[in-house]
Write a protein that binds this ligand. Structure first.
Ligand SMILES: NC(=O)c1ccc[n+]([C@@H]2O[C@H](COP(=O)([O-])OP(=O)(O)OC[C@H]3O[C@@H](n4cnc5c(N)ncnc54)[C@H](O)[C@@H]3O)[C@@H](O)[C@H]2O)c1
Length: 336
């Protein structure tokens, strides 16, 4: 029998990315969708030929499933994940886990206690170029990593009723929405944790009550320094979407890789320099280039989750990291 999924929050990312991805997974099957907005629930249910609901409890009472995908606004995450857990379900929840570190931790602990799997939708770490960067770092290919930079943006002008523009519904702005991806990815690629963090953030272009831009600076446990720029106020065409790692033996520069698709390119330079040269000559080796493989990042993450649940082996490594990401975000916002 195929692995059966129910979806909570059927519009938005569920309809755009998640459901199409899980339909590509030969081991998965969509059995029902739920959305608070009836016309959305109906449209998505009919589009994929499954039952639709406007109440998650009703859906779970009336539908047998192996896992629940939650793609609702952040303020809904905790209650809906606990509801799914009360029905004995494994949960794949969208990022960020919950409104803050405390709620995120309590949620993951509840799943551990009940021996059910929970995983969080940070799909960028499965990008082939980020996996490549991680392997290069692990093998010492750029030496000791000294400096990291990430830029992730999207153009997000005021929209009436948008939950991301209301701190009570989204938990914050560009940091909560985009910064969390960068923090998670950096920790994954470095195999390290952000230990110290400071930030400037402001609402500079738009007039909503969440930040439309932020600069985050950090130091990891092992001493790597870095900064993250996240913006809702830079036009898409003007954003470089760069992820850069510089070590004492070279660099890895990813361009256009931070996003929903496995696109962009990576350049890798290994150029150890040895002793200081009074002549200031530069050692030059040619960089190596590689392109994004254009696979479906959402399919990768959902398939891994399905296989993990089917294996019966619990693994909370990424859920714990997603909690740690929210604790970093808490530190940033505590300086508000
Ligand atoms: N990993 C990614 O690439 C990615 C991309 C976009 C969004 N997200 C995350 O997915 C989540 C949803 O974001 P989105 O952009 O799809 O938002 P959205 O507003 O576009 O869609 C959310 C859907 O949930 C429905 N909804 C709202 N309240 C609900 C409730 N109480 N119960 C059931 N349904 C409800 C809405 O009607 C809508 O259809 C957020 O956590 C966001 O951060 C992740």
């Amino acid at each position: 029998m195929k692995f059966r999924w129910c979806v909570i929050g059927a519009g938005g990312i569920a309809d755009r990315r998640t459901i199409p991805a899980l339909l590509k997974d030969e081991g998965s099957q969509l059995v029902a969708v739920m959305d608070r907005v009836e016309k959305v629930a109906k449209a998505v249910g009919e589009k994929y030929g499954v039952k639709y609901f406007t109440d998650e409890k009703q859906m779970l009472e009336q539908t047998e499933c192996d896992a629940v995908y939650i793609g609702t606004p952040v303020f809904c995450h905790t209650d809906q994940a606990l509801t799914a857990l009360s029905f004995g379900k494994n949960v794949f929840i969208e990022k960020p886990v919950a409104m803050n570190g405390k709620d995120s931790e309590a949620l993951v602990e509840a799943f551990k206690k009940a021996d059910k799997q929970i995983t969080v939708g940070y799909m960028m770490k499965y990008h082939n170029l980020h996996v490549k960067a991680k392997n290069i770092v692990k093998e010492g290919g750029i030496g000791k990593v000294n400096s990291v930079r990430a830029q992730f943006t999207c153009w997000y002008p005021p929209i009436k009723g948008a939950w991301r523009q209301d701190p009570a519904l989204g938990g914050g702005g560009a940091i909560m929405d985009l910064g969390v991806h960068c923090i998670e990815l950096i920790e994954d690629v470095l195999g390290d944790e952000i230990a110290e963090v400071k930030s400037y953030y402001s609402t500079h272009t738009f007039d909503y009550p969440v930040e439309d831009g932020a600069v985050i600076i950090f130091k990891t446990k092992s001493g790597t320094l870095g900064h993250i720029d996240v913006n809702f106020n830079i036009p898409d065409a003007a954003s470089e979407s760069k992820f850069e790692l510089y070590g004492d033996e070279g660099y890895i520069i990813c361009k256009g890789t931070l996003g929903q698709e496995e696109k962009g390119e990576l350049s890798y330079l290994h150029s150890p320099q040895g002793d200081y040269s009074a002549m200031q000559e530069r050692t030059t080796s040619e960089p190596i280039f590689e392109k994004g493989a254009n696979n479906d990042l959402y399919l990768k993450q959902l398939k891994l989750f399905r296989e993990q649940v089917e294996s019966g082996k619990r693994d909370y490594f990424y859920a714990d990291r997603a909690v740690q990401v929210q604790k970093v975000v808490d530190k940033i916002y505590s300086e508000r």
